[in-house]
Design a protein. Structure first.
Ligand SMILES: [Zn+2]
Length: 562
């Protein structure tokens, strides 16, 4: 261990644990060497020699090592859980405890996860260096099951922390600055926030991350590091060689950061197992999003659109021309992306799209060619028609959407939320019961046979409940997203004045996907069918006047029966 490691723990307590037992087993050992006084002396000497400060004794006199129900130990455990302890030192492992499963659990799982170093002087055990760890006597029962239970418990601590709206992550993103008076609070750093907004605008206007990085360089916008250096907030006060050299990964990082909408995203990363220190990204549905934690730099709507678009990454074309539909256009028959075919020599009217599989040989798929100018006209008309309909028949539109997607309705949402909270309640009960029977079994109150039967049934139920909860959470996240997208589409269409030209931002915000069918001959004319999937509502046929009347009658009927 380096000196700086030890110094880093200076503000934390170095817990020195002593225990004197009344056990027969202990009595046989050298009583003198194990006296509290002697243990204290050894521990103090060790600390002095190895530079451990802020020491504090925790003593249990006359208590068996087979139980961890000891006042001194418990006091230490509380402080450990509160994160106040940096190191725990004992004279020898048996001072710590004779119940090997528990010793193993604490020293191998609990303490490392809390960032605590465990040292047993006599056995030369030091968990932070790994020294002597292999000789620690572990019992076979110390297995996956117990490890899983413990990790769950620790994750629970983090969860509780985020439930109390405490920030788990302390990194302040570019665009914000920590409040001097309240470390938990972020304020907008207007200078940097302007850059963040600019990046979102550029992306929604159809630019890719590489193009945006190039544009920022052209505009002589300082990179985050250069900016920090310029105001003296960075790790370094030296300006980078090229303070305007933006990387596309920096741009991506900013575009992907949901915190700009003012929310907090907790548990974005989770350590899977404390035995293998591996970090995995938690699926989106399981991340906790707490809105309104800081002032927003980017609107929720814009962020969601960007997020959606980034799933279909766009690449700039070699010819320098960009397609308004890149990332959105697919072949109806084979599902491949459509390639934008353009050249500098021909005029823009000649630009066309073709199924990406076509060039691989005729066997794979047919060409599905559509000219860009034709597609633009089709999309323009579709958007205009839908906007007209929404403006004239707001309530009919909303009713139709509600009929098509029942889960968007408030009652349905409420029922789902209810189901989720019931499942979560049962999950907690099962956690409690599992722990309870484990203890009962350990203390001999429950036979092994009976324990085995109970644990099997609890585990089976737990599995089932976990699955249900995951499904419900995913469903709720989807629904929430859908309703957000719907309100976005609705507002956008309602406020859309006469559209005469398509701009990429409009296309990207209103349309999710476009599918092109193979050309058909109908009555001697060539016809290309195009399916347009709008954001939130998908394909939408605008009803005829007769159909609108029928829907209105249904709406009135609903109101009467409601
Ligand atoms: Zn195809």
């Amino acid at each position: 261990m380096t000196t700086s490691d030890i110094q880093g723990k200076d503000n934390k307590i170095t817990a020195l644990y002593c225990r004197l037992s009344v056990d027969d087993a202990d009595k046989q050992s050298d009583e003198e060497s194990n006296s509290i006084k002697n243990q204290k002396q050894i521990l103090q000497d060790y600390c002095k020699k190895n530079g451990y400060h802020n020491t504090r004794f925790f003593v249990d006199d006359g208590i068996s090592g087979t139980t961890f129900d000891r006042p001194g130990f418990k006091e230490m455990e509380t402080l450990a859980e509160e994160g106040k302890i940096g190191t725990i030192i004992v004279k020898d492992l048996s001072r710590f405890g004779r119940e090997q499963t528990e010793v193993g659990r604490l020293t191998q799982i609990v303490y490392p996860s809390l960032g605590i170093t465990f040292i047993a002087i006599q056995e030369h055990v030091n968990t932070s260096t790994g020294e002597g760890v292999e000789i620690m006597p572990f019992h076979a029962i110390f297995n996956e099951w117990y490890a899983a239970q413990t990790s769950k418990k620790i994750r629970q601590v983090w969860k509780t922390k985020s439930e109390h709206n405490m920030r788990v992550s302390h990194h302040v993103p570019f665009g914000y600055v920590r409040d001097k008076n309240d470390k938990e609070k972020w304020l907008i750093d207007e200078e940097a926030a302007k850059v963040v907004r600019h990046i979102f605008e550029l992306f929604l206007s159809g630019m890719g991350t590489v193009q945006i990085a190039g544009r920022l360089k052209e505009e002589k916008v300082l990179t985050p590091n250069a900016y920090y250096a310029s105001i003296g907030r960075g790790y370094t006060f030296d300006l980078p060689d090229d303070p305007y050299k933006w990387k596309d990964s920096t741009v991506s990082h900013i575009l992907d950061n949901r915190k700009y909408t003012g929310c907090m995203v907790n548990n974005a990363y989770s350590t899977v197992s404390y035995k293998v220190h591996k970090t995995t990204l938690i699926p989106e549905e399981q991340r906790q999003i707490i809105p309104n934690c800081q002032e927003a730099i980017v609107s929720e709507d814009d962020w969601l659109r960007v997020h959606e678009l980034r799933k279909n990454r766009r690449r700039p074309l070699k010819s320098g021309k960009t397609s308004k539909f890149s990332g959105l256009l697919f072949c109806h028959d084979c599902g491949s992306k459509m390639h934008f075919c353009t050249s500098r020599t021909y005029g823009p009217n000649q630009d066309f799209y073709r199924c990406a599989m076509y060039k691989n040989g005729k066997d794979y798929c047919s060409a599905h060619i559509i000219r860009n100018i034709v597609l633009e006209r089709i999309v323009l008309i579709a958007i205009g028609d839908l906007a007209d309909f929404v403006r004239c028949y707001e309530s009919v539109f909303m009713y139709m959407v509600g009929e098509r997607n029942k889960t968007l309705k408030a009652e349905a949402l409420k029922a789902e939320k209810m189901k989720l909270s019931q499942a979560e309640k049962r999950q907690n009960e099962l956690d409690f019961l599992t722990k309870r029977i484990y203890e009962d079994n350990a203390f001999g109150k429950l036979s092994d046979d009976r324990y085995e039967k109970l644990i099997q049934s609890y585990e089976a139920e737990q599995k089932e409940i976990d699955k249900t909860i995951a499904e419900l959470q995913a469903k709720l996240t989807r629904t929430e997203r859908e309703s957000l997208e719907l309100s976005y589409l609705f507002n956008k269409l309602r406020n859309l004045s006469q559209v005469t030209e398509l701009d990429p931002e409009l296309v990207n915000t209103l349309i999710k996907r476009i599918e092109v069918h193979q050309r058909e001959n109908r009555d001697g004319r060539k016809v290309v069918k195009v399916d347009i999937y709008f954001t939130a509502i998908g394909m939408f046929d605008i009803p005829s006047e007769k159909e609108i009347n029928a829907i209105m009658r249904r709406m009135n009927g609903d109101r009467k029966t409601a």
